[in-house]
Write a protein that binds this ligand. Structure first.
Ligand SMILES: CC(C)(COP(=O)(O)OP(=O)(O)OC[C@H]1O[C@@H](n2cnc3c(N)ncnc32)[C@H](O)[C@@H]1OP(=O)(O)O)[C@@H](O)C(=O)NCCC(=O)NCCS
Length: 145
């Protein structure tokens, strides 16, 4: 059974491994460490103690920025991303957040469908948002409560 809990510093290695295997321009391990150190909020989804997915967001009330979400490839489309997003919604509402925004690669149809299912609207395109080895435009999306 899946269990959602707060991301702990001891979870960073496992979260990083999922990130590297699912993201064409992954966060570095240092990105994970500094995100934790600056106080971003993190959630993990575990099964029998193993991390299968994570979500990281930054609340800057009354808004929040969804910074990263990933589910281990073999475990995708089984409802784990949904559990993570719903937990973020609960936390954000309890904190008085009124709007959540995010960026997603324009070609990432699966993630865009996923966000739309949870009420995120397409707002704008940010050209050349992603650089490096896999340059691409970003779609900006948001949801208001
Ligand atoms: C995007 C992601 C987090 C979704 O998590 P997930 O656990 O796979 O999603 P869920 O199983 O909770 O699916 C919820 C909804 O997402 C959409 N979805 C899921 N898998 C899909 C697929 N293969 N194709 C199209 N839509 C899909 C559907 O709307 C689905 O609802 P449904 O089951 O009623 O059809 C996950 O696929 C992932 O980690 N992708 C790689 C990393 C990534 O792209 N992160 C986003 C960066 S912005």
């Amino acid at each position: 059974m899946y269990k959602i809990s707060l991301l702990d510093i001891s979870d960073l290695e496992e979260a990083y491994r999922i990130e590297v295997s699912t993201n064409p321009s992954p966060w570095s391990f240092d990105n994970f460490k500094s995100s934790f150190e600056v106080g971003h909020h993190g959630l993990v989804c575990k099964e029998e103690g193993r991390i299968l997915g994570f979500l990281i967001f930054s609340p800057i009330r009354p808004e929040a920025h969804l910074l990263n979400i990933a589910v281990k490839e073999s475990e995708q489309s089984k409802g784990m991303g949904s559990l993570l997003v719903k937990s973020m919604f609960s936390q954000c509402k309890a904190m008085g957040v009124k709007k959540i925004f995010l960026e997603v690669r324009i070609s990432n149809e699966k993630a865009i469908k996923f966000y739309q299912k949870y009420g995120f609207q397409k707002d704008a395109i940010r050209e050349k948002y992603y650089s490096g080895d896999n340059p691409e435009d970003a779609l900006l999306m948001s949801i208001e409560f």
